[in-house]
Design a protein around this ligand. Sequence first.
Ligand code: 6CS
Length: 381
Amino acid sequence: MIIFNKKYLIMLLSILTLSFLLVACGGGDEEEGTDEGTTEEDTGTEDSDSEGSEDTAADFEEQEWRFITEEYQGEVQYVYAEEFAKRIDEKTDGAITVTPYEFGALGSEEDQAQLIIQGGAELAIMSPGFTGGQVPDGQIFSLHYFFPADPAETQEVLTNSEALNTDLRAKYEEHNISPLAYWTEGSMMWTSNVGIESPSDWEGLNQRVQASPLMQQTYDAYGATVQNISWGELYTALERGTVDAQENPAFFIYSADFYQVQDALTISNHNNYVAMTTVSTSWYEGLNEQEQQLIDETVEEMQDWIFEEQERQNQEGIEAIENDEEYPTEIIELTEDQIAEFKAVAEPVHEQYRNNEITESEIDSDLYDKLESEIEEVSGE
Ligand code: 6CS
């Protein structure tokens, strides 16, 4: 009996000592986490991200965030959502699960925007073109020959612009959409069966556009008509000739097979496709400071990551189109002179847009002017 009691006592002491050590270590981690979680290093690299996550993970409540995208698995927007999910999982030690949704799972692009507006989803990658009616100033990305032709310069403007990250953000927030970042999915190209080389080639063509009065005005200036359809219907529309032409970055023209139902692709450099990482404003404002900071720093870190990813996918896309012998595509790269012809038609539309001469579009000319000078600073033009 006495022996049993001694053993029991030793076991009890051991358990108490172990518990004390575990609590002591845990407490130390927590303290470090609070300090380190706010340092620059933690937000900068993957290694330091995971160090930070171990330290701060215990502070996050278990929850799931839905992340809607307008593209399929493997495409730029979807891999963004996957990478974001991975980083959040690491940083919160699995407490927060981000679930990416591919295009179509929750409706069309316009339905998806409505979900964010109504608070039916937490995060989304959104193309500003689909909310051109609600937030007219977001149409600015579809002006032709306005942003720098070089995607890297455009990305620099998108990341640092006050006109976009403060002023335009406030306009989206009136609709419960908070754009936390703008980034490019690559240089836009035209596909058609005529091989577009000059503005007059657009005469009589029906161009597919997103829901944006400005896009209509722009193609109208070239002499084309337009039709607003979801990209989910675009392959069939091109195949049947319901529309004659479309614009997209190379990776998307390849992965959505548009080139298979078009004869020619024009490298026009008329603008860069812009996507926004958005959150539902009311949801985001209901998060605690630590959760908001987690989202903000992850979005910020991902600007360079997604730039490299789209560059890789676009390079692979154009090469695959060039090398596809089953579906040969004529590739036309516009010369400087040809681009000058397009600019001569497109630039007056900039002024019409800025001066509110485009129907259904109430444009903030101060935002336009501020962005224009930010662009000039980056491009040096
Ligand atoms: O053309 C579109 O509408 C689609 N294009 C891209 C590059 N992403 C999604 C978007 O809906």
